[in-house]
Design a protein around this ligand. Structure first.
Ligand code: CU
Ligand code: CU
Length: 495
C-alpha cells in the first residue's frame, strides 16, 4: 500500500490554504524592551522635551521676527539627540523621537553632531565603533555631551555604552553611513505574497502507527516569496512550500520514499533538495537540480532511523539556506517513539540582511554578512519572534510535550533552552536508537543537525524558548513561547 505524504492543506495549490491568515496586528511588538519603572521617567522627559521644544520654536519665531537673516537647515549637516537609560538610548526630536536605540542614518560627507544626555542617576557614556567617537562625563541625570565629526567612512557601525554590562543590557544601536547620493536605509516594505511565513509549530504528522515498511510519496515545491520578517519589515524568502521551515515529513524505517520536487515557474533560481536521511550522492541534490517551472524526482530507501534535516543544495548553497530553504524528516525506528500528548516542530535559522533587525521597510540579503557569519536575524520558524502571540505553543499542566528541534543554519550552532524548565529526555543529535539523555538544561544543535526533546510542566505559565546565546534571542529574534495552562502547584513553585 502506498502513502501520499502531502503537506497538510497544501495539496495541488501554490499556497498553504490550511494556514490561518494573520496580520502583524495579531503579534505583540517583540522589540519593546522598556518596561516598568522606566516608563514614567521617559514620559516625563518627553514632556519636558516638548516644553523645551515649544520654547525653542517660540523663541525662534520671535527672533526670526526681529532678524533679517533666517538660516535654513544646512545641507549635509545632521544632528541627533539621544537620552541614555540602562535599557537603551531613546531618540529625542526629529524622525527618531521616542525610538529605542534608533538607527542613526547619514550619508558619507555629512557633518554629524550627536548629543547624548543622561536620563538617570547612574553613569553612562556613548561610543561609536569604527569612528572611535566617545562622549564621556555623563555621570548624573541631566549631564550631556556632544561630538561633531565628518562621516568619512561608509559602513554600518555599532554605537553603545562602554560601561561594563550596559551594552548587554540594551544600550546599543546602529550608526549607518551610506554612500553619498544613495538611499541609506531600506526602501518601503513590499506587499507580502504570504501573510505569515512561519510554519505552524503544530504541523507535525501523527505517529505512523504501522509496523510494515511501505512506499511513501512526498512533495516539495520551491517558492520564492515576499513576507514579513517582523512587523513592518518584509524580506524575500526562498522556501519549500511557501513557509519556513518546509513541511515536516514522517516515514518508517525501511520505507521506500519517492521525492517529487518542483520548482515554481516564478522562481529566479534553480533549487533542489538534499535529505540527510538519504544514503546516496548529494542526499538527492544531484537528482533534483531543478530549473523554474520543472519537476524532478528520485527514490530512496530510509534505512536509517533518526531525525534529519533537509535543505536546498543549489549554488550558492549557504545563501539558499539563509533565505529559508530547510526542514526536517523523521525516520521512525521500529516501534516508533514513546507516545506524548503534543508534538511541535521548531527549526532555527540565521538570516543576513543589509540593515539590522528592527529596521522598517524592505530588507535585502547581504552576502558580506553571510560570509562573515554575522547574521542580523536569528529566528525560530523563519521570522523574528515567530512563535509568540497567536503562534505560541500551547499545552496543559502535566501533559507530555515533544519538540522536534532542528537547525537549518547555515552558520550558527544553537544552544537551545526553555526558560523555567529542563528537558526530561533528549534524543541528542537526532539519534533515536540510543537511550535518551535525561534532565538537561541546554542542548547544542549544530547547523544541519537536529534533536528531540521531551518535557512536561507541572507549573502553569509562559515558558520561553530561546537560543541561550541570548543576544540572538533578545536582539535577533530566536524566541518562542510555550503557554502551559492549568492549576497552580505551590508545592513546586509559589510566585
Ligand atoms: Cu534553493
Ligand atoms: Cu546538508
Amino acid at each position: 500500500m502506498a502513502h501520499e505524504l502531502r503537506d497538510p492543506g497544501q495539496v495541488g495549490i501554490d499556497f498553504p490554504s490550511g494556514r490561518r491568515l494573520r496580520t502583524s496586528a495579531d503579534f505583540p511588538s517583540p522589540r519593546i524592551r522598556r518596561v516598568g519603572s522606566g516608563g514614567p521617567t521617559v514620559l516625563a522627559l518627553f514632556a519636558v522635551g516638548i516644553l523645551l521644544g515649544a520654547v525653542a520654536v517660540g523663541g525662534g519665531f520671535w527672533l526670526a521676527g526681529r532678524s533679517t537673516v533666517v538660516q535654513p537647515p544646512q545641507e549635509g549637516v545632521v544632528s541627533f539627540t539621544l537620552v541614555a537609560f540602562i535599557d537603551g538610548f531613546v531618540g529625542e526630536g526629529g524622525d527618531i523621537a521616542g525610538d529605542p536605540n534608533p538607527t542613526l542614518e547619514v550619508k558619507q560627507g555629512d557633518r554629524v553632531t550627536i548629543t547624548v544626555r543622561n536620563g538617570q542617576s547612574i553613569e553612562h557614556d556613548f561610543f561609536i565603533d569604527g569612528y572611535g567617537k566617545h562622549i564621556t562625563g555623563l555621570t548624573a541625570s541631566g549631564r550631556q555631551g556632544s561630538v561633531t565629526f565628518v562621516a568619512s567612512e561608509v559602513g554600518t557601525f555599532a554605537y553603545y555604552c562602554t560601561i561594563p554590562g550596559h551594552r548587554a543590557s540594551g544600550m546599543a544601536g546602529t550608526f549607518i553611513v551610506g554612500e553619498a547620493g544613495s538611499a541609506p536605509g531600506p526602501g518601503p516594505a513590499q506587499v507580502p505574497d504570504v501573510l505569515n511565513i512561519a510554519r505552524d509549530p503544530t504541523s507535525v504528522p501523527a505517529p505512523l502507527g504501522r509496523t510494515t515498511p511501505s512506499t511513501v510519496h512526498i512533495y516539495l515545491l520551491a517558492r520564492e516569496v515576499v513576507a514579513e520578517i517582523e512587523p513592518g519589515t518584509t524580506f524575500n524568502y526562498w522556501t519549500f512550500n511557501a513557509s519556513v521551515p518546509g513541511p515536516f515529513f514522517r516515514v518508517l524505517v525501511n520505507d521506500t520514499v519517492v521525492v517529487h520536487f518542483s520548482n515554481h515557474a516564478t522562481s529566479s533560481q534553480n533549487h533542489s533538495v538534499d535529505f540527510h536521511a538519504v544514503t546516496g550522492p548529494g542526499g538527492g541534490a544531484v537528482s533534483t537540480q531543478t530549473p523554474a517551472g520543472q519537476t524532478t524526482d528520485f527514490t530512496f530507501k530510509a534505512i536509517t532511523p533518526g531525525l534529519y534535516v533537509y535543505h536546498c543544495a543549489s549554488p550558492h548553497i549557504p545563501s539558499h539556506i539563509a533565505m529559508g530553504m530547510y526542514g526536517l524528516i523523521l525516520v521512525e525506528p521500529d516501534g516508533g517513539l514513546p507516545a506524548v500528548d503534543h508534538e511541535f516542530y521548531v527549526v532555527q535559522g540565521d538570516i543576513y540582511t543589509k540593515w539590522p533587525a528592527g529596521s522598517k521597510g524592505h530588507q535585502v540579503h547581504d552576502d558580506t554578512r553571510l560570509v562573515a557569519e554575522n547574521p542580523t536575524y536569528v529566528v525560530f520558524n523563519g521570522k523574528f519572534a515567530a512563535l509568540t502571540g497567536a503562534d505560541a505553543l500551547q499545552a496543559n499542566v502535566n501533559e507530555t510535550i515533544r519538540i522536534y528541534f532542528g537547525v537549518g543554519g547555515p552558520n550558527l550552532i544553537s544552544s537551545f533552552h526553555v526558560i523555567g524548565e529542563m528537558f526530561d529526555r533528549v534524543y541528542s543529535l537526532g539519534d533515536v536508537l540510543s537511550p535518551p539523555a535525561q534532565m538537561v538544561q541546554t542542548i547544542l544543535v549544530p547547523p544541519g543537525g537536529a534533536a528531540i526533546v521531551d518535557i512536561a510542566l507541572q507549573v502553569p505559565g509562559n515558558y520561553v524558548l530561546v537560543d541561550h546565546a541570548l543576544v540572538r534571542a533578545i536582539d535577533k529574534g530566536s524566541v518562542g513561547i510555550l503557554t502551559v495552562s492549568g492549576p497552580e502547584d505551590w508545592t513546586i513553585f509559589e510566585p
